[in-house]
Each structure stands twice: as structure tokens, then as C-alpha cells.
Design a protein around this ligand. Structure first.
Ligand code: HEM
Length: 145
């Protein structure tokens, strides 16, 4: 069960990344039209991140062996990354995307709606890319899937 939840969190990253990229490209291409499908795309992207947050919290508090608040944990790269950096970076990214989604919905013009998505979702994407424990980042024990 624990491995299943960890794998879900790991695999869902690709869906989050694809949806974010799709949303950003969509916000550029469809600047002057805004339909239900745009709203749904932007909403699903945000929801996928909220799901990731929920799974992340379960991992953080109940499952992961990579979160250890032993003495001197801040000096151990692995524990510092999962116990603090990954948590703060991802929560910030999710908050910014949520703010962008709300800001976009408040606009009345199509171009303004897409512009909010373009700005906030791009910042969110960059943060997520920076705080994913990619396998090529030494000492984080990350996997591709
Ligand atoms: C969109 C947001 C997030 C993405 C894309 C993401 C992505 C990932 C990835 C790719 C891993 C590595 C999995 C592996 O290599 O097997 C991971 C691990 C982990 N994440 Fe996240 N994460 C997100 C948000 C969060 C949040 C908000 C939390 C905490 C509340 C969290 C807690 C953890 C923990 C504890 C691990 C270590 C799991 C283990 O024991 O292997 N994540 N995350």
C-alpha cells in the first residue's frame, strides 16, 4: 500500500507537468476565445496539483522514510529536501497556480483570462520543475516514475 501511494505521487508528476504545459500553450494560442473547454482545462490542471498535495501530505506525515526529524536533520541533504524544501516549494507552486486560477476567473475579457493563466501557471511550472527530486539530482534518491 505504501509503495502504491509513493508510486502514485511519483507518476502523477507527469500528468501535472503535461497539464501545466498544455494550459500554458493553450493560454497563448487561444488568446481571443475563452470557452468552457478552456475553463475545464485550467481547472483540471489546478485539481491535479491539489490531489498531488493531498497525497504528498499523507506521504509526509505517515509514510515516507525520507522525512525524518532526527537531531541534525537540516544538515542531512535528503531529510532537509523532503522535510522542508520539497514541501515549501510545492505548496508555494500550488498556491500560485490556485491564485492564478481565481484571478483568471474574475476577469471578463478572454485575453485577460488567458493572460492570468499564462503568468501564474508558468511561475508554478518553473517552481515545480525546480523542486522535483529528479534522479539526476544527487542524494535525493528520486526515480523517473
Ligand atoms: C505538484 C506538486 C508535487 C509534485 C509534482 C511532487 C513530486 C514528487 C516526486 C516526483 C517525488 C519523488 C518520488 C520518487 O522518486 O519515487 C516526490 C516525493 C515526495 N513528495 Fe512530492 N510532489 C509534490 C507535492 C508534494 C507535497 C505538497 C508534499 C508534502 C506535503 C510532498 C511530499 C513528498 C514526500 C514526503 C516525498 C518522498 C516520498 C518517498 O518516501 O519516496 N510532495 N514528490
Amino acid at each position: 500500500m505504501n509503495t502504491f501511494i509513493t508510486s502514485m505521487h511519483s507518476g502523477l508528476r507527469w500528468i501535472v507537468l503535461l497539464l501545466l504545459i498544455y494550459s500554458i500553450v493553450n493560454s497563448i494560442i487561444r488568446r481571443n476565445t475563452y470557452e468552457k473547454k478552456d475553463r475545464l482545462l485550467y481547472m483540471f490542471t489546478m485539481v491535479s496539483m491539489h490531489i498531488q498535495l493531498l497525497i504528498g501530505l499523507v506521504l509526509y506525515f505517515f509514510i515516507s522514510g525520507k522525512v525524518q526529524f532526527i537531531e541534525g536533520w537540516m544538515k542531512v541533504k535528503l531529510y532537509r529536501f523532503y522535510g522542508m524544501e520539497h514541501l515549501i516549494g510545492m505548496i508555494l507552486a500550488i498556491a500560485l497556480v490556485t491564485i492564478g486560477h481565481i484571478a483568471s476567473k474574475k476577469q471578463t475579457e478572454s485575453s485577460a483570462k488567458h493572460k492570468r493563466i499564462l503568468i501564474w501557471y508558468t511561475i508554478g511550472l518553473l517552481l515545480i520543475l525546480a523542486f522535483i527530486p529528479w534522479p539526476f539530482r544527487a542524494g535525493l534518491l528520486g526515480q523517473w516514475f
